[in-house]
Structure formats: structure tokens, C-alpha cells
Design a protein around this ligand. Structure first.
Ligand SMILES: C[S@@+](CC[C@H](N)C(=O)[O-])C[C@H]1O[C@@H](n2cnc3c(N)ncnc32)[C@H](O)[C@@H]1O
Length: 443
């Protein structure tokens, strides 16, 4: 039997979380972590909040079409509660009458009993009326207009497929620790243990497995002992690419939370020394936790990559991974709040920061060494444009237009400099990669 009171409490909490993202600009994961709720209720709270944020523009448009003027004196939490209410009617298995009752009751818990009648009417109307077709692009495509415009400009032929992919939920990918076993053997183990039957390999990305359905990491055999990590397949392209350049001193310049740091160490030959830096102390602790789980070791430094004077010991690195801070427009499927939190005006400062870090790190690279520039952005201004401008200004920088593995060629789009994976291509996140080599003799 449905417990209306308990369900109402959860919906009231969900409305508060959603409002903290929409109204206050908090990150969804932070707002969820701050919500006080029983651990057993967390998955449902997460599903309601992620879903409501993922469908934000469409839900707000539906809401506007259902509301008359009565909510003109806007109450933001009630709008968020209504959005949660509409989302659950379409996406949860709770019977309609219970979902409506819980949402109405949630208004009372939020100390807004005066909205009970309105909520009841809006949700019942939503079920009765067909939603129609949105007359504006934001609602139709469920994206802010500035992002639609930028994607259309950068990707005239592909923008629509990027937008559609952003509205989907991403698949779960694993990275099998090459020090323990192979992806094929781990897939068999998943099958035998019934943890995640039907895991499939990803052509050209050797340690990656794609799961049919997401699973809790604690169900994965050996997870606590570092046999396997959760990481999108596109992110797994970076480490082997950088290590193909050889060398023993490697820098992971923007390392937290340590996904690529772990992969680099899993693949590195004995004797390779890895320094991992990040300027965010709390996030750097996540790197330490990850490495502890993987039983691997690196020198961790909390530092600003754009100011090596403060932390560099003067010995050149043979390889540098620069997984630069970016708009994260390639991982919207996993972090749907990015569309709400990012502003168009963020992009130019991010591109300047990327250029600054790249420029500051270049002198740390040994002659003949490689720097792999990576972002999880699909925007030209943070990717190709940054690398092109850098190469033009640095006589000794040569972009290497060769992929590390022939089998990933179909996934990668060649840009003037570097390669782009578009969101959804091969089921993966959107990522950009450019490999630069230092050739002091180049003129
Ligand atoms: C895209 S994330 C890195 C993801 C990571 N490489 C992984 O695979 O898990 C970018 C990181 O850059 C860090 N960062 C941003 N600006 C920085 C700077 N100036 N110096 C060092 N780290 C910085 C952020 O704290 C963030 O952890």
C-alpha cells in the first residue's frame, strides 16, 4: 500500500532540492547530499530530482500552459513541487491518485496549504489535457536557447543528435583494471555472478565494458579491491593515448576525482612516476581514496596548474595529461543540472583559463614529450580554438593527428586540431582530445 504521508515528505524534499538548483544555482549532487532523508529513500529522491531537472524546460512549459493567472504571485518552491508532480505522473509507477495526493500533501508539509487546491487542479488537468506541441525551441528541445544556438553554430549537421542525446540517460560503463584481469574475463565474471549479465565490450577501448542496466558498485565483484571502476568509455581513451608516448615522469594536471589518474597507473609500466595535482583540496582527497581502493600510488599535490612556480621541482615531465576544467557540455546526460548552472558568459572565461593552464604547463614538458589536452566539452571555443591558438603561438608545439588506436576512428571527428567525440556517439559522453608533441627544432 502507498504511504501517502511518507511519499509527501519525499516530494516536499524533492521540491526543495530542485528549487535549490533552479533558484539558487546549487549543483544537484550537492543539493541532494545536503537533503536530510533516510538512506533507503535516497534512490527515489535522486530519481525524482534528476528526472525533474533533466526535463526542466519541457516541464516548465507544460506547467505554464496549465496554470492560469493564479500563480502570478510566484512561489518558487511550489513551482518546483508542481514540476516534480508532473514528472512523476509521466515517469513513475505510483498510481495517479496517490501521486496527486502526495503532491498536495507535500504543499502542507512545505507550510503552503493555500496551494493544495491549485496543485490538485493542475495535476488532474495535466492528465486530462494532451500537452500539445511546444511553440518555443527551449521547451521543444529541453535546452536553454543559448546552448541550442551554440551547438547549432558549432555542429550544423550534428547539433540535433547532440541535443537528443543530452536528453537521454547515459549508459553505465566500467573500466576493468588491466593489472587484475581483462575486460572479457570480467564480463564473464559478471555473467556468472549474475551481478550485471549482458555486459558488452567496446570496440577499440580495451578495458571498457558497457552495462545493460546500471548497478550499484557494491554489487560489482572486486569493486572494493580495485578490480574495476566506473568510467565512461570516452574518458578511457586518454590514458593509453598519453602513455603511448613513453617516458617515466608523468603529470596529471587537473586530476580530481582521479578517474584518469587511476587508469594511467593501471596501464603504466613499472618505474613510471606519476604526479597528480588539483587545486581543489576536497576533490584531491577523492583522488587519494580512489587510488587507495585501486592499491596504486602517485604523488598528490594540491596546487594551481596555471602557476607551476609554486609547486614544480624543475624536472621536466615526459608526458602531461591536461584534463582541463570546462563547461562539461559533453556530460549533460550524467549531470543534467549543467544546462541550468552554466551561462553563455562562462564559456569565454573558461577558454581563457584553459589557454592559461596549457601555456603555463608547456615549459614543464621535456623535448620530445607529449601533452594530451582533454575536455568533456563539445564546444569549439574550448576545444579546437584553444589548441589552434596555442599551436600558432608556440613554435615548438606540433599537433599529432594520429589516433592511438585505429579501431576508434569511426567515433572520432577530426577537427583542424584534435578529435571530437560527440555526445551519444557509440553511446559515449562528448569528449575532445588533442595530442601535442614538443619539437624544439620546429620552425
Ligand atoms: C574535468 S575535471 C578533471 C577530471 C579528472 N581528470 C578525472 O578523470 O577524474 C577538472 C579538474 O580541474 C581542477 N582545476 C580547475 N582549475 C585548476 C587549476 N588552475 N589548477 C589545478 N586544477 C584545477 C578542478 O578542481 C577539477 O577537479
Amino acid at each position: 500500500m502507498v504511504n501517502i504521508r511518507k511519499g509527501a515528505q519525499l516530494r516536499a524534499t524533492a521540491a526543495t532540492v530542485v528549487e535549490r538548483v533552479v533558484g539558487e544555482g546549487r549543483s544537484l549532487d550537492v543539493a541532494l547530499a545536503e537533503a536530510s532523508v533516510a538512506e533507503t529513500e535516497r534512490p527515489l529522491l535522486r530519481m525524482l530530482c534528476y528526472g525533474t531537472i533533466r526535463h526542466h524546460w519541457r516541464l516548465r512549459w507544460q506547467l505554464a500552459s496549465l496554470l492560469d493567472r493564479s500563480l502570478k504571485s510566484r512561489d518558487a518552491v511550489i513551482e518546483s513541487l508542481l514540476a516534480v508532480g508532473l514528472f512523476q505522473l509521466d515517469h513513475s509507477r505510483v498510481p495517479d491518485h496517490a501521486a496527486v495526493s502526495m503532491t498536495v500533501e507535500a504543499a502542507r508539509i512545505l507550510r503552503r496549504p493555500q496551494y493544495a487546491g491549485l496543485i490538485n487542479a493542475v495535476l488532474r488537468n495535466f492528465r486530462r489535457k494532451s500537452p500539445g506541441t511546444p511553440s518555443n525551441e527551449e521547451a521543444e528541445l529541453n535546452h536553454p536557447q543559448w546552448l541550442i544556438d551554440l551547438l547549432r553554430k558549432d555542429w550544423p549537421d550534428e547539433w540535433r543528435s547532440i541535443v537528443d542525446a543530452n536528453n537521454e540517460r547515459a549508459a553505465m560503463f566500467l573500466r576493468v583494471n588491466a593489472r587484475h584481469t581483462t575486460a572479457a574475463d570480467y564480463a564473464e565474471l559478471l555473467q556468472l555472478s549474475d551481478a550485471a549479465p549482458g555486459a558488452t565490450s567496446v570496440p577499440g577501448i580495451d578495458q571498457a565494458l558497457r552495462l545493460e542496466h546500471p548497478v550499484d558498485v557494491d554489487q560489482l565483484p572486486g569493486f572494493r579491491d580495485g578490480w574495476v571502476s566506473v568510467q565512461d568509455a570516452a574518458a578511457q581513451i586518454a590514458a593509453p593515448w598519453l602513455l603511448a608516448g613513453g617516458g617515466v615522469r608523468i603529470l596529471d594536471a587537473c586530476a580530481a576525482p582521479g578517474g584518469k589518474t587511476g587508469h594511467l597507473l593501471e596501464l603504466a609500466a613499472d618505474g613510471v612516476a606519476l604526479t597528480a595535482i588539483d587545486r581543489d583540496e576536497a576533490r584531491l582527497r577523492d583522488v587519494a581514496d580512489n587510488l587507495r581502493r585501486l592499491r596504486l600510488d602517485a604523488t598528490l599535490v594540491c596546487a594551481d596548474a596555471s602557476n607551476p612556480g609554486g609547486w614544480w621541482d624543475g624536472q621536466a615531465f615526459d608526458g602531461i595529461l591536461l584534463d582541463a576544467p570546462c563547461s562539461a557540455t559533453g556530460v549533460i546526460r550524467r549531470h543534467p543540472d549543467i544546462r541550468l548552472l552554466r551561462r553563455e558568459s562562462d564559456i569565454a572565461p573558461l577558454a581563457r583559463l584553459q589557454q592559461d593552464i596549457l601555456t603555463a604547463l608547456w615549459p614543464l614538458l621535456a623535448p620530445g614529450g607529449r601533452l594530451l589536452y582533454v575536455t568533456c566539452s563539445v564546444l569549439q571555443e574550448e576545444n579546437d580554438s584553444v589548441v589552434q591558438a596555442f599551436v600558432e603561438r608556440h613554435q615548438d608545439a606540433v599537433e599529432i593527428p594520429v589516433l592511438p588506436n585505429y579501431n576508434i576512428r569511426d567515433l572520432m571527428r577530426r577537427k583542424t586540431c584534435g578529435f571530437q567525440i560527440l555526445t551519444g556517439s557509440g553511446g559515449m559522453d562528448g569528449f575532445y582530445f588533442a595530442c601535442l608533441e614538443k619539437h624544439p627544432g620546429k620552425h
